[in-house]
Design a protein. Structure first.
Length: 578
């Protein structure tokens, strides 16, 4: 038996596989792996990583997991490492692979849940590096409601070309320049070789870094742990500290839903808005809330976006990358600025066992006025992401306006309708569109795609052609955090569910207004009803079997986070109390 008296093993799930004569067969497996008697009777901590060799986002997670395991052991626990999948958007972008991206978020949450339940682990430290793996891991933590600490794998270092930082966003946009004849083959080859010089996730305030900031603001990650780029050895210190922290949470019985509350979700939405974060946060925050049984949908997120100043100057709308934010004090300094304006709930619990206010009191840094502006003199007075609603989007839509002038935040023009992203991308490449049009890409929602693909290839091509500010684009699909221009995503209900976007025709006049929050089409209710009555129904996809078929059957609308199960409100079995 263990000599560690800090933990009451009789109340922990791992007792079902480690304690009593009937578990001798189970213990024999543990001895086979070199686990000692002492370790068997300690709390068991799952160390879950999304490590794979698909892309630089995840390649460092395996090494970082070893530091976490050292911290768990230091804190008196027995770590057991396991991996789950990741679909990396940068690789999946622009082809059929992107259909797997959002579905992978659910697969990550599901597989972490199943592994934890199957092996009766008492707590989890989750490491994630790429877009959907961050919310997927946090969703699993909240779903299981175990003591949990999240740790981001870190961002990539920026490349350097002609005296300027470059990122993968520049490479996507360079494809458009190349197609337009404004970049040579040799120039494109040079850029692609130097844009991504290290391990780590995309360096701008795209989805991965946005959700990494969320992990600190929501309280699941230790303060400042998301900031250091992936190659920095200082990440190992945060890994070890996270392992120690989870043991403290077990001892105090602080669980994920003690941390993720309505107030902490509001804190998370604040950090997205003030940093000009990815529109995908409008999908992931409601999904995390759903796992806790909290009513917090796209409209709630957008309400917070609307009254939060935008004051952190990050790509794609601004100038700097995650490394610069870290060197300027990181998320804690940003949260200190929010606190000055009374925009942070300070009484929210965090993974350290202290509340946000106590954590911020320990932070000595201050806004530098360059990367992190002072909140009293923000870049703009409202958030970098805005919600829209109207007769074209009764269930809402979302647009990223960070870096856009007030004049650029309104647009009216005739629709040019495409039935899928491929059709739109081919038309853009061939310049089969006109300045002043609103490009509509439908049948790309969670169910209709299936998979709610991101449209970065199309939007980057438009930017590369110099047309990013001369057309608008709306879709029931998603946009990458690297997208810029007047690009509206998450239009709901989606076309597959008979939403108004399914009824649009070429030439319909669409109005987008990010200042008033409007997304409408100049059609009467009677005309829309007539078109709905004549609608032939959703477009059939080629996915009649397999994981994507299953996902399309289960997934709900974007307003509630595109979730696939009833959530905590229907929960009848509490894993930790079994």
């Amino acid at each position: 038996m263990t000599t560690n008296t800090r933990f009451d093993k009789s109340k922990l799930p791992s007792r079902h596989v480690t304690e009593g004569p009937s578990r001798a067969p189970h213990r024999s497996y543990f001895y086979a792996m070199g686990i000692t008697e002492e370790e068997i009777h300690q709390p068991w901590v799952g160390v879950a990583t999304c490590w794979n060799e698909a892309a630089p986002c995840n390649i460092a997670l395996n090494r970082q997991a070893q530091a976490v395991k050292g911290g768990v052991k230091k804190g008196g626990g027995t770590p057991r490492e396991f991996t789950t999948i990741t679909v990396t958007d940068g690789i999946a972008m622009g082809h059929e692979g992107m259909r797997s991206s959002l579905a992978s978020r659910e697969a990550i949450a599901d597989t972490v849940e199943l592994t934890m339940r199957g092996h009766c682990y008492d707590a989890v430290v989750g490491l994630a590096g790429c877009d959907k793996s961050l919310p997927g891991m946090m969703m699993a933590m909240v779903r299981l409601n175990v003591p949990s600490v999240f740790i981001y794998g870190g961002s990539i270092l920026p490349g350097r070309l002609n005296g300027k930082d470059v990122t993968v966003q520049d490479v996507f946009e360079a494809v458009g320049k190349h197609q337009a004849g404004n970049m040579s083959d040799a120039e494109l080859e040079i850029l692609e070789r130097i844009a991504c010089p290290s391990a780590g996730a995309c360096g701008g305030q795209f989805t991965a870094n946005t959700m990494a900031c969320v992990s600190e603001a929501i309280g699941l990650a230790l303060m400042n742990s998301s900031g250091a780029p992936a190659p920095y050895e200082s990440r190992d210190q945060y890994g070890e500290a996270s392992g120690v922290a989870v043991m403290n949470l077990i001892e105090k019985n602080i669980r994920a839903r003690d941390i993720v509350t309505r107030k902490s979700l509001e804190n998370a939405a604040r950090i997205v808005a003030c940093t000009g974060g990815s529109t995908n946060a409008g999908l992931h925050l409601p999904a995390i809330a759903h796992e806790a049984g909290i009513d917090f949908d796209l409209f709630d997120v957008c309400d917070i976006f609307r009254d939060t100043p935008y004051f952190v100057d990050l790509k794609p709308g601004g100038q700097y990358v995650a490394k610069d934010l870290y060197e300027s004090g990181g998320v804690p300094v940003v949260m200190k600025e929010l606190r000055k304006a009374g925009l942070i709930h300070e009484d929210c619990m965090t993974a350290s066992g202290r509340v946000i206010g106590e954590e911020l009191d320990r932070i000595e840094g201050d806004a530098d006025g360059k990367v992190i502006y002072h909140i009293a003199s923000p870049i703009t007075k409202t958030g970098g992401v805005v919600g829209l609603k109207g007769n074209l989007a009764p269930e809402g839509a979302i647009v990223k306006v960070a870096g856009m002038s007030t004049a650029e935040q309104t647009f009216t023009g005739p629709a040019r309708v495409f039935e899928c992203e491929e059709d739109a991308f081919e038309a853009v490449k061939a310049r089969q569109y006109k300045e002043g049009e609103v490009i509509v890409i439908r049948n790309e929602g969670p169910a209709g795609g299936p998979g709610m693909r991101e449209m970065l290839s199309t939007t980057a091509a438009l930017s590369g052609q110099g047309m990013g500010k001369k057309v608008a684009l709306i879709t029931d699909g998603r946009f990458s955090g690297a997208t810029r221009g007047f690009c509206v995503g998450h239009v709901g209900p989606e076309a597959a569910h008979g939403g108004p976007i399914a009824l649009l025709q070429n030439g319909d006049v669409i109005t987008l207004n990010a200042i008033t929050g409007e997304l409408s089409v100049a059609l009467t209710d009677e005309e829309l009803a007539a078109r709905k009555a004549a609608w032939a129904g959703p477009r059939q996809t080629e996915y009649a079997t397999g994981a994507l078929w299953k996902y399309a059957k289960l997934v709900g609308g974007a307003r509630l986070g595109a979730v696939t199960h009833p959530g905590a409100l229907e929960e009848r079995h509490v894993y930790m109390d079994q």
